[in-house]
Structures are given as C-alpha cells and as structure tokens.
Design a protein around this ligand. Structure first.
Ligand SMILES: *Cc1c(COP(=O)(O)O)cnc(C)c1O
Length: 494
C-alpha cells in the first residue's frame, strides 16, 4: 500500500457526535395529500415553533453506528457467561420462533376468552407441568420475575395466617446466605426479617434456627441448593420444626436448574415456591428482563393464589376465574406471555426424559470446573457442589490481586465475568455457574484462562490489577455508571 494520508479509524473509541448540518437519512416524495391533510389543520398549540434538535445523519451513519455498538455487546450468544446465580444457559432459537407466532404475539391481552382458548391452554398446561416438576398442587404464572414471585409467595403466606385469624405471625426467617431479594421481598410484604446463620459447611444451622421458632413466625424462606451451590441436607428436620411451630416453608426456586428432574421441592416439605422461568426454563435475560416468576403452592393453598386464575371446565373449555380468598392481584394480566411460551416450548422439546438430564449435567459441569481450579483459587467449602460454586479469591493470598481484578482480567480474554462479591459470606467471592449447555471444550478453555490469570497474578500482578486493557472503556465508577448514566449521544462538556 502506498503511504498516503490514511487515517486509521479506531472503532474501539465510541464516536457519538456524528451530526453534520444538512445530512438526512431519506427524502420523502412530495406530499400529494397536502390539500386534504394539511398540517395547517393541526391546532396551533400542537405545532412546533422550531425544528427538533435531532442529529443530522445519513441512514448509513446510523446503521453503522448501531451495528458497531451492538458488536461491543456480550451475551450468551457471543461467549461463555459463567455468571453465578443467573443460569445463563443457551436459549434455543425454536423458543423464539414459537413465541413470535402471530397467533400468540398479536393476541390482545383483553381478548375475549372464546378467542384466546389456545393461549389459555398454554398457560394451563405450563402451570400443570411446573406443578409436576416441583411436586406442588397448583401454579400461578402471573408474577413477572423471581423477586415478584417471592413477594407473591409471601403475600400467600401472610393471607394463610390472617385467614386463620393467626395475626401474630409477622416475622419471616431468612438465612444469612440468602439472595438480597429475599429480605427485600419480605420487607415489601410488611414482614419483619429474622436472620438464621449458616454452619461452616454453608448450610442452614439447625441449632441456630430452633430458638427462633415461636408463634410469631410466619415462615422461613430457603434456597436449595443455596447461593453457595450447596444442597441443604437438613430440610426434612427444618420442615418438621417450622411446621410444628405453625409456620410455612417458602422455596426460592432460582436454583431449580441444579435439581431439575432429580428431586422436587414439594416432596421436601415446602408449601410455597417460585421458579425463575428465565433462568431454569430458558429465556434470554440479563439487563433487566423480561422474565417470569411462577408461584406454586401445596394442596390446600390453591385458592390463595393471585387473581386472575386460569381454570378448565368439565367440557375442556378454559376460563378466567377470581377467588375471594386470593391473596390479591400482583399483575395486570397473565404474566409475561412471551416468556411462558418459551418455557413451555423448552419443556416440550426436552420432554420428560431430557428434563431429567438438565440438573445432573449442570452439576457435572460445575464440579468439573471447581475441581480443575481449586489449586489456583481458594475453595472455602470442599465437597460436591450443585450447579454453581464459590471461590474466595486466589489461593495465593500474597499477590494483592483481588476478585475484582480477576473479573476485569477475564474480560480481556473474552469471557463474561463470574458473579463477584456475592454471596456475602466471604470477602472475595467469585461465583461460577457454567450451566449444562456448555461443551467440555469451552469449559477446558475457560479453566486454562483462569489458570493463566492466577499465574499472571504471581508473575505480573500489575497487568491484572490494571485490567481490562482491551475493552472500549477501562474501569468505570460502577456506582455512578448505574446511578447517573449519561443517556445522551451528545458529548457532555465539563
Ligand atoms: C435471580 C435470583 C433471585 C431473583 O430473581 P429475579 O428473577 O432476578 O427477580 C432470587 N433468588 C435467587 C437465589 C436468585 O438467584
């Protein structure tokens, strides 16, 4: 190439100010309807006095700008995404196709039930499948997310006690390892939170639980496997104790992926649970949704499920019902229907046999990664984990390299960072969840990179401490980025 005046455009630098006076994206043909629909007929208070201050760009500028931006995105479709607790599994494209079918996607939420029988059947059948998978009697699909499901479940718990005239039960027990949404949902529901401690092996401490149980306890919220990826083995005893004191057991089903097809919360003694369809049952998520958080209850609590409820009459016709014992309304309509369709498609494509493989394969993958890395990273809780596990930073504590540094360095190698600094039980938590959909090759590559980062931390700690080096922006002030994002394309002066 000749050495002319070639400017290398660096697409890693985000160029936002592209406007050039006079440029337009398109030109419209002359308005032949002018006489009939003249702008002059608009009332003057609706008319603009000066032109809108929009960027003046060609369509091509816009397409190129957004395409380059989208290439900076990271998702399950671009690479390995071991974000613990979030179950970032592959979402089959078939689910997308089904949820986009016009007969579903174009259905009005207020359509008369006669014209919405197919959609109601999907709702009814999915609820029945979830009931069978979890060993409970009935499900509502109305809540929009896991946390929303928790609130719904706690409303059911509160209504159960209130309708029995047992009004003293205002406290709910939450383990110290719980996801932050558990105490938050309890607080929103007006319940007082009592914390129960974990033992050194990461499970709920039954001896710490016993003195907390009295006639003011509405119930306990548990996650199983818990947020450390450890199976709670004392559940039969905990269920006996909590029921004996008159409380109910709530199961946070966000980690259901680990036990899918192996064991059922209903059989363990739980009364109420939620499932995160967007985690276990495959819907693209992250960045805020959409999701769905169905709530199931054991026999005897069905009437308390939120209104409206979908039912089937003796002739096989579906109808929408309300129950006066219901804990109330939690959503305008019948859940995020597009997510329900994806989950239903996912369950039907896997079938009874393959649904049973999800949990065991997720557990196998997690244990493979954990065992392969436990010399380089500090494993605070030994033994078989379920679908995820937690390291407490590097095994070599002398390097000064933190969990944040490791997470940032992984970005340079093309990986989404694991969940960091959660759970709060350890100072340097790194929580890894590979999911069942990753191949051994992908896991091996990730293991090699994690080992490389651990080696760098010893040999060249500065390169890890100053990572990332390859991303468009370096280390952000994450609080400010979340609290006061700059949402204008204009460069802000000063
Ligand atoms: C994800 C998660 C939640 C919250 O679910 P959302 O759908 O994000 O509201 C609750 N508990 C646990 C253990 C989780 O992992």
């Amino acid at each position: 190439m000749s050495g002319g005046n070639i400017m290398i455009r660096n697409y890693d630098k985000l160029i936002f100010e592209l406007s050039k006076e006079g440029r337009t994206g398109y030109s419209l043909p002359k308005n032949v309807f002018k006489e009939k629909y003249s702008l002059c007929s608009l009332p003057s208070n609706l008319k603009r006095e000066c032109a809108p201050e929009l960027p003046e760009v060609t369509e091509f500028d816009v397409v190129r700008h957004y395409t380059n931006l989208s290439n900076k995105n990271f998702g399950v479709d671009t690479g390995f995404y071991p974000l613990g607790s979030c179950t970032m599994k592959y979402n089959p494209r078939l689910n997308e196709e089904i949820s986009a079918l016009p007969s579903f996607a174009a259905l009005h939420p207020d359509a008369p039930v006669e014209t919405a029988q197919g959609a109601l059947e999907v709702y009814y059948n999915l609820a029945a499948s979830l009931a069978e998978i979890s060993g409970l009697a009935a499900f509502t699909l109305n809540p929009y997310a896991g946390a929303h499901g928790e609130l719904t479940g706690l409303m059911i718990m509160r209504s159960y006690h209130q309708q029995r005239g047992d009004t003293k039960r205002t406290k709910v027990i939450v383990p110290d390892s719980a996801h932050g949404t558990n105490p938050a949902s309890a607080a929103v529901c007006g319940l007082e939170i009592v914390e129960v401690k974990s033992t050194a092996d990461g499970t709920v401490d039954v001896e710490d639980l016993k003195p907390l149980l009295d006639d003011t306890i509405a119930g306990i919220m548990m996650t199983n496997p818990n947020t450390l990826g450890i199976f709670e083995t004392e559940i039969p005893e905990i269920a006996r104790l909590v029921h004996e004191c008159g409380g109910l057991l709530y199961y946070d089903g966000a980690n259901l992926n680990a036990v899918l097809g192996k064991c059922r919360p209903g059989d363990m003694g739980f009364d109420i649970m939620h499932i995160n369809l967007h985690k276990t049952f495959s819907t693209p998520h992250g960045g805020g949704g959409p999701g769905d958080g169905p709530v199931g209850v054991r026999a005897g609590l069905e009437a308390l499920l939120p209104n409206p409820q979908v039912k089937k009459d003796a002739n096989g016709k579906f109808y929408i019902d309300t129950d006066e014992k219901s804990a109330g309304y939690v959503s305008n309509f019948l859940g995020n229907f597009g997510v329900l369709l994806r989950a239903y498609t996912y369950i039907l494509t896997l079938g009874r046999e393959n649904v049973k493989m999800v949990g065991p394969l997720a557990v196998l993958n997690a244990n493979y990664v954990k065992e392969s890395l436990k010399n380089e990273y500090y494993l605070p809780i030994e033994g078989v984990c379920k679908h995820e596990f937690v390291f407490d930073g590097l095994a070599d504590k002398s390097t000064g390299v933190t969990t944040l540094d490791i997470a940032k360095r992984l970005l340079d190698y093309g990986y989404h960072a694991p969940t960091i600094y959660f759970p709060l039980l350890f100072h340097q938590s790194i929580m890894i969840e590979p999911t069942e959909t990753e191949s051994k090759e992908t896991l091996d590559e990730f293991i090699a990179v994690m080992k490389k980062v651990a080696a760098e931390a010893v040999e060249n700690p500065d390169v890890v401490k100053s990572a990332p080096h390859s991303t468009p922006v370096r280390r952000l002030d994450e609080t400010t980025a979340a609290r006061s994002p700059k949402t204008t394309y204009r460069q802000l002066v000063g």
